[in-house]
Design a protein around this ligand. Sequence first.
Ligand SMILES: Nc1ncnc2c1ncn2[C@@H]1O[C@H](COP(=O)(O)OP(=O)(O)O)[C@@H](O)[C@H]1O
Ligand SMILES: [Mg+2]
Length: 278
Amino acid sequence: MQKNQKIQTFKKIDAPDLPLIEIRNLTKYYKTAAGETLALNGVNLSILRGEFVAVIGKSGAGKSTLVNLISGINQPTSGEVLFQGDPIHSLDEDRKARWRGKNLGIVFQFFQLLPSLNLIENITIPMDLCRSFPFRQQKARALQLLEQVGIAEHAYKLPSKISGGQQQRVAIARALANDPELIVADEPTGNLDSRTAAEIFTLFAELVDHGKTILVVSHDKEIAKYATRIVELSDGEIIADYPAPSPVDSASSKNASSTSPKPLSPSNHALGYSGGAV
Ligand SMILES: Nc1ncnc2c1ncn2[C@@H]1O[C@H](COP(=O)(O)OP(=O)(O)O)[C@@H](O)[C@H]1O
Ligand SMILES: [Mg+2]
């Protein structure tokens, strides 16, 4: 009994294999005037540290619902979302916001930068909100992050003065501001041309190499060249879950092949990947 208690107490420190995210029997109904829509139907999923998970599936499959439940933006109808074993779904809004600010970086399709603030100021906002870094360090950190995403020379420009791809890089730098473990992105390249999309995916793959865990929803078949694992949704259910065929040559790819918990066979209608590493 005592032994068990001890294991429980130390499980987060001594169990690096504890999933970063674990979803148990997650169900989401949306209630509208027209009736109820079942958007997610009892989904189970574990995501380990260092995975680059691509969520794919047709429009309406439940992809956005899944990531919004993981990021605590939406509340499940039933089921559990655990982050390093801690239940996120049962936190009140204040605590959830604090948890999100510290542990999660979110990247949106339309960048969502504040138009009247320059790039550095956009990136220091999350640091201010979470008080994660002292004020005197924030600007230097923002510059360092802009350098990491390759656009430090634009640091003092407004978002409207740079391209869409560059804006998404800023949004990624902002997502990294508080040094979160997990980056979540819903169609981050949906508004970008294919060359720029490839650059953004490459950037994500680099972040995974540096220890981040990434969950990306994407329609872009090219994502299979960068992700380590593909999860396919259809009608609110996971219909395939498998290691990406040939991820970029990186530490993350090795990680994924040994950690993906359910290497189901790819469905024929999943990504038509055929190329080599980029
Ligand atoms: N806020 C909402 N209110 C009502 N129905 C919704 C809402 N958001 C999504 N849905 C419905 O839930 C289902 C899944 O949607 P979504 O998660 O957005 O799918 P995807 O991101 O894969 O396109 C769809 O049938 C969609 O119409
Ligand atoms: Mg969506």
